[in-house]
Design a binder for this molecule. Structure first.
Ligand SMILES: Cc1cc2nc3c(=O)[nH]c(=O)nc-3n(C[C@H](O)[C@H](O)[C@H](O)COP(=O)(O)O)c2cc1C
Length: 178
């Protein structure tokens, strides 16, 4: 698929068919993640591939807005070693988006479940909930979980309305771009 077609047609998918994602495709998703740029090329990521139904169900309870993980056959938990990079958030975000774009190109749907800065309940962060469930060491921070699978919902592609020229300036902030 042409790159800009991928960009326009990728939409968040939160309902999935009951069909596993083949191992070859999981490998392609990881390839996309590892092709990400990172600050000083430090590559601080660690990706946790989840294909265990019980774990997926438990992750779907990490916070509000994670429920779609209960029907996903696959999730990739995106973590990074904060002791190795002060900009691990940016590094991990780029990797997560690479995974989402690659998923769409491979005929899969995906959605991003934000974990960092979100709460599981009043007393526990979503990050601690995921950390305990998956035995993640303390120096690794959890950015997000990408839920992935064959889509059970269809959404229209993004159109030209996504382009907001008022959010672009030319030479100094607020000066019209065109
Ligand atoms: C940083 C970030 C956090 C997000 N968190 C969630 C989330 O917790 N749950 C969810 O269902 N979608 C989440 N999303 C997906 C957005 O809701 C979605 O990308 C946005 O509504 C645009 O829709 P589209 O992906 O179909 O273009 C998140 C996206 C980003 C970039």
């Amino acid at each position: 698929m042409e790159f800009f077609e991928v960009l326009r047609k990728r939409r968040s998918v939160r309902r999935f068919q009951d069909k596993p994602v083949p191992r070859e495709l999981v490998e392609r998703l990881l390839e996309a993640a590892f092709l990400s740029p990172s600050s000083f090329n430090k590559r601080p990521w660690h990706f946790i591939v989840i294909d265990d139904r019980e774990k997926l169900k438990a992750l779907s309870k990490a916070k509000l807005g994670a429920a779609g993980l209960a029907t996903a056959p696959l999730a990739i938990v995106v973590t990074a070693d904060e002791s190795r990079s002060d900009v691990w958030v940016e590094d991990a975000s780029i990797a997560a988006e690479h995974i989402q774009l690659a998923a769409f190109d491979l005929g899969l749907g995906s959605f991003w479940v934000q974990i960092r800065n979100r709460m599981h309940d009043e007393g526990k962060t979503a990050e601690d909930y995921v950390r305990e469930l998956l035995d993640i060491p303390p120096n690794y921070r959890v950015l997000c979980i990408v839920g992935i699978g064959y889509p059970a919902e269809k959404k229209p592609p993004h159109g030209d309305e996504v382009f907001e020229p008022e959010k672009v300036s030319r030479n100094s902030f607020g000066k019209p771009w065109k």
